[in-house]
Design a protein around this ligand. Structure first.
Ligand code: F6P
Length: 328
């Protein structure tokens, strides 16, 4: 498609993340600034299939930079995975004269965008919004920083009660298959041990380490477990195993769950989302398509969607060493 871009569509898709509203605001306002029209698509790809759209202007996104969630609402749309669903979606693209699409979401949303682009030729650009920080081509995704702050705040509170009762707490955090949240929030909250999918610690080493801590005078402890940890047991089974082998500890489990996705975005996420939204619109106008915007060494970069989806966002192994040193 070589049409001059006059009107863009924007949607949020997949798991919501704090800062998606700030990204939407940036896309809508960058479009207004560059004299483009902007159509908001509600409920992700589902809304595109059902033609749930609204023309936006710079004022439509007033007072949302500080809001968690996404005012556009989000969905994980199964219908868009079918050729028929995508055909219906494209009919609405044509009906609304949309020349290019901005997709704010995670890797599942980008896979959909890439297939859509290859089938119908419409230029697409991705903005990475997910608390998991699991996307290749950006050192930070929108929402991750806020989620880290939410997690450490929750663990700080758990610590208060853990100390009062001399308890050992296992705290499960989100992240899907990635350990970014667990590792960074674990260090930030001073966790005794951190279990992540990228590094198989094994139950015996965990037990050894906790016994060592207990001998060194610690009467309470926090262990952070990523939901995708591959120890082979879930957080409750791990807690039971430890309790059986360390009967002097009272063990409790806390699964933080979806509260990690909510809340007002941090300043970092607001600025990141603003930069990414502006860069996405500018990149589309420069003729870019099938790419994702990202940040690397504090500079905006572009990565082909195919690479962003397939590549692995690596954890910083040095952080594991830092955590080991600090829990001496
Ligand atoms: O991708 C974001 C995320 O919150 C993951 O951390 C988690 O595994 C998943 O989404 C939960 O999905 P749902 O909201 O569909 O339960």
């Amino acid at each position: 498609m070589t049409t001059k871009i006059k009107r863009i569509g924007v949607l949020t898709s997949g798991g919501d993340a704090p800062g998606m509203n700030a990204a939407l605001r940036a896309v809508v306002r960058a479009a207004a600034y560059t004299s483009l029209e902007c159509v908001a698509i509600y409920r992700g790809y589902q809304g595109l299939i059902e033609n749930d759209v609204k023309l936006m202007n710079a004022r439509s996104v007033n007072n949302i930079i500080n809001k968690g969630g996404t005012i556009l609402k989000s969905a994980r749309c199964l219908e868009f995975r079918t050729p028929d669903g995508r055909k219906r979606a494209f009919e609405n693209i044509k009906k609304n004269n949309i020349d290019a699409l901005v997709v704010i979401g995670g890797d599942g949303s980008f896979t959909g965008a890439m297939i859509f682009q290859s089938e119908f030729g419409i230029p697409v650009i991705g903005i990475p919004g997910t608390i998991d920080n699991d996307i290749y081509g950006t050192t930070r995704t929108i929402g991750y920083d806020t989620a880290l702050n939410t997690v450490i705040e929750a663990i700080d509170k758990i610590r208060d009660t853990a100390i009062s009762h001399n308890r050992l707490f296992f705290v499960e955090v989100m992240g899907r298959d990635a350990g970014h949240i667990a590792l960074n929030a674990g260090i930030g909250a001073g966790a005794e041990e951190i279990l992540i999918p990228e590094e198989d610690m094994g139950l015996d080493r965990l037990l050894e380490s906790l016994k060592h801590s207990e001998k060194s005078g610690k009467s309470s402890s926090i262990v952070v477990i990523a939901e995708g940890d591959k120890t082979g047991k879930n957080v409750f089974e791990i807690a039971q195993y430890v309790e059986k082998n360390m009967p002097y500890y009272e063990v409790r489990v806390s699964v933080l769950g979806h509260m990690q996705r909510g809340g007002s975005p941090s300043c970092y996420d607001r600025v990141l989302a603003s930069r990414m939204g502006v860069f996405a619109v500018e990149s589309l106008l420069e003729g870019q398509s099938n790419v994702m915007v990202g940040v690397s060494n504090d500079k905006m970069i572009l990565t082909p969607l195919a690479k962003a989806i397939k590549g692995k966002s690596k954890i910083d192994k040095n952080l594991i060493r830092v955590s080991d040193i600090l829990t001496v």
